[in-house]
Design a protein around this ligand. Structure first.
Ligand SMILES: [Cu+2]
Length: 281
């Protein structure tokens, strides 16, 4: 019975514990973490973001960048902690090529996680195979940590700190992200005062889904037909029409009468009397 309930040995899972992952990736107690596949695409998946819709619990509406709840100063050292939820004896640095953890930062849309690797690495990174998910034979629930140093001189209001474990024999990759700020004083910015292009949902992190902007307004409706006339208006128009017709008819009758009026007979000019004078011979 116990053997039936035990997870298949081909699985290995882990979740980020600290710093607390972003809201959509925070795991309920007992959650094992979501495997993103395939393993061969582990670096591409991690470089593309935090797993998006595939990397959240089915009932979790959150996906994408959240407003950071924690701030650090450049150059500070932080402890990144994760928990092995389901051990996999075959996914260790010594036993699987390309297996391992990477901790990386994404500052803004102009860079990528691969450009800011803080510890370990995935296939294609210089540090691949240098950070194990857990010591061999670690039991489930083992918490593992690594200290990373934030780059000096680089600031951000919306950074994404990413933890990723590519597990070759498991056939996938586990990704957790934390939204952080890195400020000169280590204090969270006043996000309400940031310019619009830096506001929560507009922060465009390459490959990281974020709430879509409001859809454009629907196209303008075709001009509506003139409103129907009521009975009083119809009556008024009919009355005016009848009056106009009456006037037109009257005018026509007048014209006709004028045309057929009796013409005065032209008076003939009275004949000029002619007198013949006797010939003067
Ligand atoms: Cu697994």
């Amino acid at each position: 019975m116990l053997a039936l309930l035990a997870p298949p040995t081909a699985l290995a899972h882990a979740v980020l514990v600290a710093p607390a992952p972003r809201i959509g990736l925070q795991r309920a107690a007992g959650d094992d973490g979501i495997k993103l596949t395939p393993f061969a695409q582990a670096a591409a998946i991690a470089n593309d973001g935090c797993g998006g819709l595939r990397n959240r619990l089915p009932d979790d509406a959150h996906v994408g960048v959240e407003q950071p709840l924690v701030a650090y100063t450049p150059g500070s050292v932080l402890s990144v902690q994760w928990k092995l939820t389901i051990p996999h004896p075959n996914d260790h640095l010594a036993t699987a090529q390309g297996t391992g953890v990477r901790i990386a930062l994404h500052y803004d849309a102009g860079d990528s996680f691969a450009q800011n690797v803080l510890a370990g690495g995935l296939l294609g990174d210089a540090g691949v195979g240098t950070l194990d998910a857990a010591p061999e034979d670690s039991p489930a629930g083992t918490q593992v940590g690594a200290s990373v140093t934030l780059p000096s001189g680089k600031l951000c209001n919306y950074c994404t700190l990413q933890w990723a474990w590519a597990a070759e024999n498991d056939g996938g990759v586990y990704v957790s992200c934390v939204d952080v700020a890195i400020t000169s004083d280590g204090v969270l910015p006043n996000y309400a005062l940031l310019p619009l292009e830096e506001s929560h949902w507009r922060k465009k992190l390459a490959g990281v889904p974020f709430p879509a902007p409001a859809p454009p307004p629907p196209p303008a409706l075709p001009p509506s037909p003139p409103p129907a006339l009521n009975d009083a208006e119809i009556g008024l128009i009919a009355g005016l029409g009848a009056l106009g017709l009456l006037l037109a008819c009257g005018a026509a009758v007048c014209v006709a009468v004028w045309l057929v009026r009796p013409k005065p007979v032209p008076r003939r000019a009275a004949p000029v009397p002619v007198f013949y004078a006797p010939a003067n011979t």
